[in-house]
Design a protein around this ligand. Sequence first.
Ligand SMILES: Nc1ncnc2c1ncn2[C@@H]1O[C@H](COP(=O)(O)OP(=O)(O)O)[C@@H](O)[C@H]1O
Ligand SMILES: CC(=O)OP(=O)(O)O
Ligand SMILES: [Mg+2]
Length: 405
Amino acid sequence: MLVLNSGSSSVKYQLLDMADGARLATGLVERIGERTSRLTHTPLNGGGDGGSGSGGETRTHDAPVPDHDAALKAAADELAADGMGLDSPELAAMGHRVVHGGRRFTEPTLIDDDVLKEIERLVPVAPLHNPANLRGIRTALALNPRLPQVAVFDTAFHTTIPEYAARYAIDVRTADEHRVRRYGFHGTSHAYVSRRTAELLGRDPSEVNVIVLHLGNGASASAVRGGVCVETSMGLTPLEGLVMGTRSGDTDPAVIFHLARVAGMSVDEIDTLLNKKSGLVGLCGDNDMREIRRRVDAGDETASLAFDIYVHRLRKYIGAYYAVLGRVDAVAFTAGVGENSAPVREAATAGLEGLGLAVDPARNEERAAVPRLVSPEDARVAVAVVPTDEELEIARQTYALVKHV
Ligand SMILES: Nc1ncnc2c1ncn2[C@@H]1O[C@H](COP(=O)(O)OP(=O)(O)O)[C@@H](O)[C@H]1O
Ligand SMILES: CC(=O)OP(=O)(O)O
Ligand SMILES: [Mg+2]
């Protein structure tokens, strides 16, 4: 199974053996469209159930990759060099991360023309993501038209959110006509991490209530009751909710009217401002949490304030989702920041002993790429670090679909 995760400026891919979930190759094409593009490809020899086993030699190519077409072709060449090209008889299907599936796609879906049209129709509500996902699918179809292509949607896990949480309190007719509602994103990650958290606690997912905090460049929180998602922080688009690398998250919607009327900005300019020039980068000029922490430790007040704004928003969501769930068994941190930043985990839970939430300083500082508890032994609520694996989850869902066709 080959899994493709096309982002706005990068393409990540993984080749997996579905007999045991072992990774056979991983790769990344970064900075697509810039002069400094880079392809990194690592052949692996397995290691079972998402494991990587021992790695082969990583191959790095620094050469301009003009677009997503070229990126996937370059990736296909690397795979072919290892004897696993897109025409290899052992390749059963390709799974694609598609960010916005609207309300229609609640399950992994075999891609045909009609599905492509619907993903295209959703571009206005995922302008940073769906176009890249579409380019990945179209290039893959061009390279091997006979290979089944499956779309796995970020929105799918959130289709169980009750109507009272999914609807905004705006005129019903306008909302329905233009399909304005909360869809939620990063669902593949929220599904995978909530399940892994239950496993870590040694309990069945149906018995466990979890708050999942997916903190990557994009960031979102979700409330999962007994394995079913009941609330999430992203909305119509991936702009709402937490403070992110370059996105503002929640603001008063009137900020937009104000900027249009008073600052004379166009809708497109405000869109770019809130999606690409806000969040951490807008607050302090950096969107990488490692760099922000380095500046905080060096006494930089701008970086300190950005960090505090980021963490304050996170704490508000933890409190809100605590109230939504009523009983919380675990809070799980995941994705680049959630998995790696001990200071974010510490600050997000500080002073919440009244809610049963705390981190053990020594456990929190440990570095290990496996699911683990960072709360004290006797904690009422488990605080966990659970590495996400969207690619493995997409591969499993793709495999479950194609093995029957
Ligand atoms: N060691 C680290 N410490 C703190 N933050 C980190 C570390 N490694 C990565 N990050 C953060 O993770 C972010 C990327 O997260 P990731 O989940 O890979 O993002 P995405 O998939 O959205 O591109 C980086 O921008 C950086 O802020
Ligand atoms: C939906 C979304 O925000 O995705 P990403 O974190 O990959 O940007
Ligand atoms: Mg991500």
